[in-house]
Design a binder for this molecule. Structure first.
Ligand code: FAD
Length: 516
């Protein structure tokens, strides 16, 4: 029976995998996790997708259990600043798109929206975020939205099975190091063997299958299934098994980042409950508010700006509070391993693949990979069907997200530096140009977006097109000859609801203070 699992790497990927597998398989699985004591983790990755709540639910954890321990806050959207022009911003919120007479409300908005702000006319969250509010009342009651919390029929579904049924209205920000620590305790308490040591070499049999990993001080560690969570190093999958890496660099040129952890008095500053992505001359800066500090970083392309200039720009952007913060310069490997599962080794996390963190998809990739591996767990004969299904699912998710990110750059109206001008003429992933042509006369729907599960509902694609503003889109022709009164009532209902919520919800900071 295949039930001895060796995980190499103790970053977010390693510990999420260990804890999920313990929750899924209990004592029927034997897990050893080896992590280096001196090779650090990547040290970033603090914003998530709203589906992440299924991960914590699966582990049986409630927000009050883990959020205070990880200085976590809510994330209701990504806020894009200066992607169209200086001073402009828009939101890509976690909020179910309403539809009227079979058309998404954004289509009606294009036809005759009440104001020039698609995000505030079609969703309630943007105004809640602008006011720095929590989506939960102080007693924990969640705002009334079209989604189902804790509904029985939703329990135990994977993220891909959930899609389209519901859109939970928020994700989380958390301190990555604290989450890894929290999940370490969770996993070890449930029987995961934790070894701190370096894997110095990997033993292969004559067929090239892994028979064990050799550590510096703990000798050989062997199992049936090996999970490579060694980050960009890809020690097992890419180095020992020589699985090639497919670069996305030709379509997504950002290959570097510099990050700062900036301590702040969040009570004074207030928490804007979203991740902000502020466009810069050669990339963009993320801002992630946590309880006690802000995480920030400049993602850029080295062909356009040096690491020194990027760090200087980031420090100026943050201001005096960043003076004592140590910069973490990161070289990013953008793309995916050709196959994430090869022989008896599965790469999860940065080893498997990574696209720049513009839509916070790294941890989503990990969560999706874990769900897929649990679903396609190998049988005793290593039936190739499980492996092939897994590899297809992983490749589709990353290829789909790559397309989505490319749309941000192709769609950005901003044209003021060489970086932004080149973004309009750079090669696009196959199929995207054709899809964009379709969207010019009807916003993205489930029939016209990337055809495989990739985590992003059609409305997300529509938000980026409408927000970035560089591609002219028109409403569906049918709406010109349709009665719009029902859509106008919906816009009015959103306006009233927004007004009610901004009057009654507590400040985000106050909510988290009382939670801890
Ligand atoms: P790592 O964190 O690099 O961990 C690798 C582990 O392997 C470490 O424990 C290391 O000690 C161990 N290791 C390596 N070699 C050996 C060896 N020989 N022997 C033993 N142990 C070894 N994702 C998001 O979802 N949201 C975000 O906002 C986000 N922002 C990001 C920003 C940047 C700039 C980058 C680069 C990534 C970002 N990500 C984000 C992605 C996210 O950080 C990663 O997906 C996540 O942290 C998982 O990393 P990992 O565990 O795969 O690798």
């Amino acid at each position: 029976m295949i039930n001895r699992v060796v995980i190499v790497g103790g970053g977010t990927a390693g510990w999420m995998t260990a804890s999920y597998f313990k929750a899924a398989f209990g004592d029927r699985i034997d897990i050893t996790l080896v992590e280096s004591g001196h090779l650090g983790t990547v040290g970033v990755g603090e914003a998530t997708f709203s589906d992440i709540r299924h991960f914590f639910e699966f582990l049986g954890l409630k927000e009050k259990d883990w959020m205070p321990a990880c200085n976590a806050t809510y994330k209701l959207a990504v806020r894009f600043e200066n992607w169209r022009e200086q001073g402009h911003y828009f939101y890509h919120p976690f909020e179910q798109m309403r539809s009227v007479n079979g058309f998404p409300l954004t289509d009606w908005w294009l036809q005759e929206g009440p104001t020039s702000r698609f995000d505030k006319d079609c969703f309630v969250m943007p105004s809640v975020i602008d006011a720095g509010l929590s989506p939960r009342q102080l007693d924990g009651t969640l705002i009334d939205q079209p989604f189902v919390e804790g509904a029985d029929e939703m329990q135990g579904l994977t993220m891909s099975e959930h899609q389209g049924k519901t859109q939970f209205p928020y994700a989380y920000h958390f301190e990555a190091a604290l989450l890894a620590k929290y999940l370490t305790t969770y996993s070890v308490e449930r029987g995961v063997k934790h070894i701190i040591d370096d894997v110095e070499s990997v033993d292969l049999d004559s067929r090239g299958w892994i028979t064990g990993v050799r550590t510096g001080e703990h000798g050989d560690i062997s199992g049936d299934l090996y999970i490579d969570c060694t980050g960009f190093r890809g020690v097992l999958l890419n180095k020992a098994l020589e699985e090639p890496f497919i670069s996305y660099q030709d379509t997504l040129p950002n290959d570097s980042a510099v990050a700062l952890q900036v301590p702040m008095d969040m009570e004074k500053r207030g928490i804007r409950p979203c991740t902000t992505a502020t466009a810069q001359d050669a990339g963009w800066i993320w801002t992630i508010p946590l309880m006690g500090r802000v995480g920030t970083g400049y993602v850029y392309a080295k062909d356009y700006i040096s690491p020194e200039e990027a760090e200087r720009t980031l420090r100026e952007f943050v201001g005096p509070a960043a003076a004592d913060a140590e910069a973490n310069h990161i070289k990013m490997r953008i793309g995916r391993s050709r196959n994430s599962w090869v022989k008896n080794c599965v790469g999860i996390g940065l080893t498997s693949g990574f696209v720049e963190p513009l839509e916070s998809t790294g941890i989503f990739f990990i969560h999706h990979a874990i769900e897929q591996l649990a679903k396609n767990f190998p049988d005793d004969n290593w039936n190739e069907t499980h492996r092939d299904r897994y590899n297809d699912a992983i490749a589709h998710v990353m290829d789909g997200v790559r397309e989505f990110l490319v749309l941000h750059y192709v769609g950005a109206k901003r044209n003021d530096t060489q970086y932004w001008r080149d973004a309009k003429t750079r090669k696009m992933p196959d199929g995207l140009a054709e899809r964009i042509e379709k969207w010019k006369t009807q916003l993205p729907d489930s029939e016209t977006v990337f055809p495989y599960y990739h985590g992003l509902p059609p409305y997300s694609w529509g938000c980026i097109l409408l927000g970035t503003g560089g591609i002219e889109v028109k409403p569906s022709p049918a709406l010109r000859i349709s009665d719009s009164s029902a859509a106008q009532r919906e816009f009015e209902a959103i306006r009233e609801k927004t007004e009610h919520l901004t009057r009654t919800l507590p400040k985000a900071y106050d909510y988290f203070s009382q939670l801890s």
